[in-house]
Design a protein around this ligand. Structure first.
Ligand code: CAP
Ligand code: MG
Length: 453
């Protein structure tokens, strides 16, 4: 049985090319969705046939010709693989370029777009592996999405904070604190100089701290810290829950308590994210997106979906903050690729940029900009690297790098704020912070014990 199965997919019996899913002369239209897949065909499978199979299985085809094809305008419904080339330096891998007519997609629906593009094809037997590397969403389709409810420009206006990155911290330990102790951490962090505190990805409503309890103590801390510092402060209340009803109930309570921001996890799914975008828009709320779970399908370089594609879908779906990586912290990610994700968040028009992993120009029409979030194992000692890599429009989040400070949580926040302000000042004075960063930090530390510590 195994031998026959293998033959069926490897001995040139695949018919996708013959069925019309390979069109080497096709010139993509401005209105097409364009996808670049990295494919690894099984031994003996012709790469062109494999590319045609990807186009087929992610649009209209099944494994054989069906009579009912003739009852549709199949020429426009069929996706077209139009270019295949070996991946330089990696034997066995190919780039397959595929175009999809806009008619294949429901307007304003990421769930629908993803059900086609990543629905079946990643478990297809003729391929050992497949990865969706990049996507060009045509401007005609972009215009059917609402995009970020607030956007980074309006966020800065609401916060009244300009000309520097924003600072945040994830409350730690992730799980186990009571509401009252949790609130204390939030107060200390905000009072010490952070702009935001944040719930972690997995804190929802566990037995040790129910969500209402958390929200009450957190908002008490936010209000007291705002009064003490004279700054607008926030704490991302994670409204993720088991059902959409739970999510709405939590978000409504956060609003009632005066929070400026709520948070959702990527794992709630595309339709829930789009619903929360609508909710945030109706309620003048900043919407923070934690990309919990993304590493299960974005990390492997030969299989899954690149985060740059997820970032494009998230900007269309409509979030205001998006975790986008750090390149220098505890989590995987190289500087150039991560900068590419930041471009997707913040550009009005993201230019093709191969060194940063961007294969297409992307016109964002008038979709607002997303504030990227750098988080994961970073601390004040890396301030120069972070500002050099990401500039001002970013939230730098130091969880362990605030709450693990030897002098306490408030001291951790002070160290981060002083490190940030001295580095921004040095950069604005024209100093080369990339190389002189440690020196600049040490000079500031002479007058700031928490930073010195
Ligand atoms: C960071 C963090 C964040 C990750 C998410 C954690 O804590 O709270 O969830 O950064 O990763 O649980 O690891 P620390 P990403 O600041 O203490 O490291 O931003 O890449 O999605
Ligand atoms: Mg976390």
């Amino acid at each position: 049985v195994v031998t026959n199965e293998k033959k069926r997919y490897s001995a040139g019996v695949l018919k996708y090319r013959q069925m019309g899913y390979w069109e080497p002369d096709y010139v993509p239209k401005d209105t097409d969705v364009l996808c670049l897949f990295r494919i690894t065909p099984q031994e003996g499978v012709d790469p062109v046939e494999a590319a045609a199979a990807v186009a087929g299985e992610s649009s209209t085809a099944t494994w054989t010709v069906v009579w009912t094809d003739r009852l549709t305008a199949c020429d426009s419904y069929r996706a077209k693989a139009y270019q295949v080339e070996p991946v330089p330096g990696i034997p066995g891998q190919y780039f397959a370029w595929v175009a999809y007519d806009i008619i294949l997609f429901e307007e304003g629906s990421i769930a629908n777009m993803t059900a086609s593009l990543i629905g079946n094809v990643f478990s297809f037997k003729p391929l050992k592996a497949a990865r969706l590397e990049d996507i060009r969403i045509p401007v005609a389709y972009v215009k059917t999405f609402k995009g970020p409810p607030t956007g980074l420009i309006v966020e800065r206006e609401r916060l009244d904070k300009f000309g520097r990155p924003l600072l945040g911290a994830t409350t730690k330990p992730k799980l186990g604190l009571s509401g009252r102790n949790y609130g204390r951490v939030v107060y200390e962090g905000l009072k010490g100089g952070l702009d935001f505190m944040k719930d972690d990805e997995n804190i929802n409503s566990q037995p040790f701290m129910h969500w209402r309890d958390r929200y009450l103590y957190v908002m008490d801390a936010v209000n007291k810290a705002s009064a003490a510092t004279g700054e607008v402060k926030g704490s991302y209340l994670n409204v993720t829950g088991a059902t959409m009803e739970d999510i709405y109930e939590r978000a409504e309570f956060a609003k009632e308590l005066g929070s400026v921001i709520v948070m959702i996890d990527l794992v709630i799914g595309w339709s829930a994210i789009q619903s929360m975008c609508n909710w945030a828009r109706r309620n003048d709320m900043i919407l923070h997106l934690h990309r919990a779970g993304h590493g299960t399908y974005t990390r492997q370089k030969n299989h899954g979906v690149s985060f740059r594609v997820i970032a494009k879908w998230l900007r269309c779906a409509g979030v205001d903050h998006m975790h986008t990586g750090t390149a220098v912290g505890k989590l995987e990610g190289d500087p150039m690729t991560v900068q590419g994700y930041y471009n997707v968040c913040r550009d009005s028009f993201t230019k093709k940029d191969l060194p940063r992993g961007l294969f297409y120009d992307q016109d964002w029409a008038d979709l607002k900009k997303v504030m990227p979030v750098a988080s994961g194992g970073i601390h004040a000692g890396q301030m120069h690297q972070l500002i050099d890599l990401f500039g001002d429009d970013v939230v730098l989040q130091f969880g362990g790098g605030t709450i693990g400070h030897p002098g306490g949580i408030q001291a951790g926040a002070v160290a981060n704020r002083v490190a940030l302000e001295c580095m921004v000042k040095a950069r604005n004075e024209g100093r080369d912070i990339k190389n002189e960063g440690p020196e600049i930090l040490q000079a500031a530390a002479r007058f700031c014990t928490p930073l010195k510590q």
